[in-house]
Design a protein around this ligand. Structure first.
Ligand code: ADP
Ligand code: MG
Length: 217
């Protein structure tokens, strides 16, 4: 679950943003909508504990994120949050398999090679384990990044503009894959997007619409 109350953020050299309250049940799906610049990526970073709110609170799977000490946050995030960033951040210096293995170190957990294989197999990219990310197609790279995001069985899966630059068929497939992958983990799914096709693909999802007017700058 994700619960926010009176959440606000101010960039040091940028706008102040205030976000509407939201309650998403564990295993639910939230569409975070709004134009470019409305604050979608900022909201994801606040929920993931990557940014500290100027005001208000975020609770994820029962944990008050603001109550975590700095040293605890990275481990908590590694075990709780699966993140599919807009830029996938796969290192081309490492094989696909080694890219996934890094997630264990970030979460302070021992490496689990069988877990890496299982995550790649679930996304049907286990055949690419020894390849470099730069050799993959966009769709393959997104599947690898999604395998990494769910490697540690997160409670929440956050996807930032997952359909950007995809054609209609690939966009629908990507949304279906995210929903199925979150369902397999029992994770709450958040899709941050300004792409109207995502709403069409998930008609029953809960919607949080961020209005540029809510930027208080
Ligand atoms: P979205 O993901 O909906 O496009 P963002 O969360 O990226 O929106 O940005 C919200 C607002 O905050 C925008 O006005 C953007 O320019 C501003 N912003 C984002 N990141 C920074 C930053 N690092 N420093 C200053 N302003 C920022
Ligand atoms: Mg964004």
């Amino acid at each position: 679950m994700i619960l926010t109350r009176s959440l606000a953020y101010r960039y040091p050299q940028g706008p102040a943003l205030a976000f509407p309250d939201v309650d998403v049940a564990q295993g639910g799906t939230l569409l975070l909508q709004g134009r470019s610049g409305a604050g979608k990526s900022t909201w994801l970073s606040l929920v993931a504990g990557l940014l500290t709110p100027a005001a208000g609170s975020v609770t994820v799977a029962g944990q008050d994120v603001g109550a975590l000490r700095r040293g605890e946050r990275d481990r908590w995030r590694g075990r709780t949050i699966g993140f599919l960033p807009q830029r996938l951040h796969l290192s081309d210096a490492l094989s696909v398999e080694r890219n996934l293995a890094l997630a264990f170190f970030a979460a302070g957990l021992p490496e689990d090679r069988a877990g890496v294989r299982a995550a790649l197999a679930a996304l049907e990219v286990d055949g690419l384990a020894q390849r470099r990310p730069g050799e993959l197609s966009g769709g393959q790279a997104q599947r690898v990044a999604l395998a990494r995001a769910v490697l540690l069985h997160p409670r929440v899966l956050l996807a930032d503009e997952p359909t950007a630059s995809l054609d209609d068929e690939a966009a629908a497939a990507a949304v279906g894959l995210l929903r199925a992958t979150a369902g397999r983990c029992g994770a709450t799914l958040v899709l941050a997007t300004h792409d109207a096709r995502v709403r069409a693909a998930l008609p029953s999802a809960q919607v949080l619409r961020l209005e540029p007017a809510q930027a208080l700058a």
